[in-house]
Ligand binder design. Structure first.
Ligand SMILES: Cc1ncc(COP(=O)(O)O)c(C=O)c1O
Length: 395
């Protein structure tokens, strides 16, 4: 007789040898509830995806209303579907002029794949430059530009002509030349533990891209939809990319991604060959309806303005001698303990104590805090206390 855990471990592909195996019954607001009715305060939000928390009625109603009308009807770009064009228009209304045309896909990695193809097509060049320590997704193109060798080695050969520069290093920029089709860069580096860009690095990359007629692609898959305290992270850096990739939080828990550029550039995907980029489910109307409802709510509420205040609350309540540094910005924070064993203990024991934290892909000495943007002050203080109490324990 299989237990549910057996079923999960036997019939579902596993990506990690030691999954937490938390068995979910339901989720509401900032909480996930397991099958034993134990409540867990969620400081991870589906890895920065549940922007408005779990089961938010705004999102649930948008999904239900759209399902009642129609679900999947035809591949992206064929029929006129109101959730798609309304979302594309609202995105354009809230982006700089040149980012006026959206191609919807299903995920972050797919947004990156589309952006890479677009850059090759627009420039006629093949070299793609990304940063050491970057994460852009797990599909082949995205993996090819990942800035971590260990994750790539066993999957070679990957895309040719992919090179890396150091994040935050001005000297590195000399590698960007007039052979480079695009530089793909995160506003805040995720995999390495939320390293923020410094010393006008993004502006310097922009300048170098201008000089070499290279396209600048921002990967805002994790930072879009308010997570850094502005609708898009790049707004804080006075730099506009040529292509913007978004996903995760834009779906408020539903799977959707997008790459956004100018109409002229995007139009290159329509000819030579026709159907230069196609997807069956990209821009799924139900997911676009969820994303549109989320965006409308973010634009008409105080949620984004409060992100900075919530960040400060985390920083104030996470003061402890064992916390070496708090990296990140807004509501993507990395708590650096400088100790792998302690990090593992805090993440595991927090779960026992009703708090969900999570690891990073490339660094083992810090853990992530990326809660729903709707998390309350009381919940922030409650979760921080669980962490501080664990750090107070003698190990
Ligand atoms: C910065 C960044 N880019 C790309 C991706 C890939 O997105 P997805 O998992 O939706 O393919 C992620 C996911 O963690 C990410 O954080």
């Amino acid at each position: 007789m299989f237990t549910n855990k057996d079923l999960f471990k036997t019939f579902q592909a596993q990506t990690f040898p030691y999954p937490s195996c938390l068995e979910i019954k339901s989720a509401k607001g900032s909480y996930i509830i397991d099958i034993n009715n134990k409540k867990y305060l969620d400081f991870v939000a589906g890895v920065s995806a549940n922007t408005l928390g779990h089961s938010n009625p705004i999102i649930n109603n948008a999904v239900k209303n759209q399902l009642e009308k129609y679900s999947h009807v035809m591949v992206y770009g064929e029929y006129i579907q109101s959730p798609q064009y309304k979302l594309a228009k609202l995105l354009a209304d809230n982006l700089p002029d040149k980012l006026n045309t959206t191609y919807f896909v299903n995920s972050g990695a797919e947004a990156i794949e589309g952006a890479i193809k677009l850059a090759k097509r627009a420039t006629g060049r093949s070299e793609i430059i990304s940063c050491k320590g970057s994460y852009h997704g797990s599909t082949h193109g995205a993996l090819s530009i990942m800035g971590n060798e260990e994750q790539k080695t066993n999957y070679r050969p990957l895309l040719p002509d992919c090179n890396t520069i150091e994040y935050n290093s001005e000297e590195s920029l000399e590698k960007i030349t007039n052979k480079t089709a695009a530089v793909v860069i995160e506003i805040v580096q995720g995999g390495t533990g939320f390293i923020t860009s410094k010393n006008n690095f993004l502006q310097k990359v922009r300048q170098k891209c201008n000089n070499t007629e290279t396209l600048l692609i921002f990967d805002e898959i994790q930072t879009c939809y308010g997570r850094l305290g502005t609708l898009f992270g790049f707004e804080q850096y006075n730099v506009v990319p040529d292509v913007l990739c978004i996903a995760k939080g834009m779906g408020a828990g539903m799977p959707i991604g997008a790459f956004i550029s100018s109409w002229n550039m995007m139009n290159l995907l329509t000819y030579e060959p026709k159907l230069g980029h196609i997807t069956t489910f990209g821009g799924h109307p139900v997911n676009c309806a969820a994303s549109l409802a989320c965006l409308q709510h973010l634009l008409t509420s105080n949620i984004i303005r409060e992100v900075k205040i919530k960040e400060e609350l985390f920083r104030t309540h996470l003061s402890h001698p064992k916390i070496k540094e708090i990296r990140g910005k807004g509501l993507i924070l990395s708590i650096e303990l400088g100790d792998e064993k302690l990090t593992k203990k805090v993440v595991e024991k927090s779960l026992d104590n009703g708090l969900i934290l999570f690891y990073f892909l490339f660094t083992k000495t810090s853990f992530r805090i990326t809660p729903p943007l709707t998390i309350s002050d009381k919940e922030i203080i409650k979760g921080c206390k669980i962490i501080i109490d664990l750090l107070d324990e003698k190990s």
